[in-house]
Design a protein around this ligand. Sequence first.
Ligand SMILES: [Zn+2]
Length: 346
Amino acid sequence: MASTYLFHGIDGQGKWSMAIALTALLNCEEPVTDDSGRVIDACGQCRNCRQILNNNFPEMYFALPIPPHKNEAEAAELNIEYRKAKKKEPYRIITSNRQLTIPIDTARFIKRKTAIKPDAGVTRVILFYQMEKMLPAAADSLLKLIEEPPPETVIILTASDPENLLPTIQSRAQRIRFRPLPDKTISRYLAEKYDILPDKAAFHARLAQGSLGRAIGLIDNEDESAGRQMAFLLLKEMFTGDTPSAVHAVVESINPRDRGAMENILGHWQSLISDLIYVKYGKSDSGIINIDVAGELENLAVRIDDVNNINAMVDDMKELQLSLRRNIHIRPALAAFTLKIRRYLA
Ligand SMILES: [Zn+2]
C-alpha cells in the first residue's frame, strides 16, 4: 500500500466508489479471502464495512467541495448533506449554481481530528475529493499532512486533471488513472438502477462519453436535456446567423451567475464540435454522439473547410472553459469567443 493515492480522470467514472471500496478493504473485520488465504475483498456486512458504505465511518474523513457558508458548523452540515447524496448515488456528480470549494474550515477540522492516533487495527483514510476545488489557503495548511501522512493513515486525492495540483503533491502520490466506462456498462447500470428502457439507457450512455455520473445527470435532471438543446441552438446560431445576432444570442442566453448551467453548455459544445469533426473527417473515438441532430450537424460541417480551424475552435473552447473557472468577466469572454468561432468559418 502507498500512503498517498491520486485518483484521476473525468468525473463520474467511479473515483468516489473506489475510495469507499478501498477504505472498506483496509478496515473490514471479516474480509473475503481466496483459497490461499489472501484478502480479495471486504465483506460488506461487518460493522466497519456498514459504516464505511454509509459514508459515516468515524475514521474516514472527507474534504469535500461545498457552497459558501457562514461558519464551521454550517460547513459540517453541508459536508453531511454531500455524503448523504453520495450514499444514495455514489456516481452522481454533485453540482451547484454556486461556486463549490473545499474550504479552510474543512482543513482545520481535519487537522484537529487527525492529530490523535487512530485506534489499534484501524486504518484512517482521508479523502480529498476534487482536490482542484481546494482553496489555496486550505491546501497550504494541509500540505504537510498530505506530503507526510501520519502512520496508519492513507490519503486519497481525486482530481480530474492532476496537472492542476501542486507539483509537491503530485510527486508524493501514487497515481491511478480512471478511464471512461464502456457504453454497455453505463447503460446496464442505468437500466437496472433507474428502471428506464434499454433504448433510452443506451442513448444516454452514448451522450455521457464514458461518465456514468454524466449519464445519471441526464436522467435525473430535466435541465440537462434543455441545456443540450440550448447548446445546439446557440452553436447553430454561431455558424449560420449574422454576427450581431450570434453574439447577442450567446451573451443573452447564458446566465453568468449560473455556473453549473454554463459548464453544462460548454460540455455540450465540446461534444457537438467533436461530432462535427467526425462528420467532416470521419475521425473520432466514439462515432457520432448527438445522433438526434446528425443531419443538422452535416449542414453545419459545410462551413468548415480547414482542419486547422476546427482544431483552433477546440483550443478556444478549452480556453473559454478555463477563463470561466477563473471568474473573469463572463459576458465579454462569451462575446469574444463567439467572434473567434465565426472567424474560423468558411
Ligand atoms: Zn467487512
